[in-house]
Ligand binder design. Structure first.
Ligand code: SF4
Ligand code: SF4
Length: 192
């Protein structure tokens, strides 16, 4: 029947309108920005870089291997390797990104950079209030802006962050050198 779709749609609207006075679940509108719905844990927006501890430079996990830069489909990551090295999260001297930019006007939030990173150094953020008046430079996020602490990652993605911490702790434990064998007891001391 012509118009049956419209009538069905109107019935759904009416049911939700009346129901919203009786069932809290049907009240889905919030007074944004004063009120905000919690975001689901698997919500993602643009990538950010993780650092351990309190120092964004010393704790930055990224070692500037450039895998994410090569794999990013729209090529919106730009990295320049450092000339010197700094200790990584296991104390091993590593290169770090002197420059790490992501152009979020181009990024399509595909998460490929996260999946290919061997160092758990880049993750997807949930920050979505990023609108700017200018289109170009202002949407280019620099290393300083991209670097966020592991505590922040725990706050936005507690399950994933705990899994990553456990994985890194296991890797660090495996790489620890085995304790040196104890020196044999001298024969004279053993017989006396
Ligand atoms: S999320 Fe996708 S498009 Fe965005 S920086 Fe990562 S790989 Fe590139
Ligand atoms: S974020 Fe990961 S993949 Fe990208 S350069 Fe840094 S360590 Fe390599």
């Amino acid at each position: 029947m012509i118009g049956s779709g419209i009538l069905k749609g109107m019935a759904v609207t009416a049911r939700n309108f009346v129901g919203s006075y009786f069932e809290k679940d049907r009240l889905i509108t919030v007074q944004y920005p004063e009120e905000r719905n919690p975001l689901p844990e698997n919500y993602r927006n643009f990538p950010f870089l993780i650092y351990d501890g309190d120092d964004p430079h010393a704790g930055l996990r990224c070692v500037a291997c450039k895998i994410c830069e090569k794999e990013c489909p729209p090529q919106c990551i730009y990295i320049v390797k450092s000339d010197d090295k700094k200790p990584d999260y296991m104390g091993k001297p590593q290169l770090y990104p002197k420059v790490f930019d992501i152009d979020i006007s181009v990024c399509m939030s595909c998460q490929i950079c996260v999946e290919v990173c061997p160092f758990e150094a880049i993750k997807m953020d949930k920050e979505f209030e990023l609108s700017k008046r200018e289109r170009f430079n202002h949407l280019l996020q620099r290393k300083e802006e991209l670097s966020k602490s592991n505590d922040y990652y725990h706050k936005i993605c507690p399950t994933d962050a705990a899994e990553v911490d456990a994985k890194l702790a296991e890797a660090a434990a495996k790489k620890k050198p085995a304790p040196a064998p104890s020196a044999p007891t001298p024969v004279s001391a053993a017989v006396s």
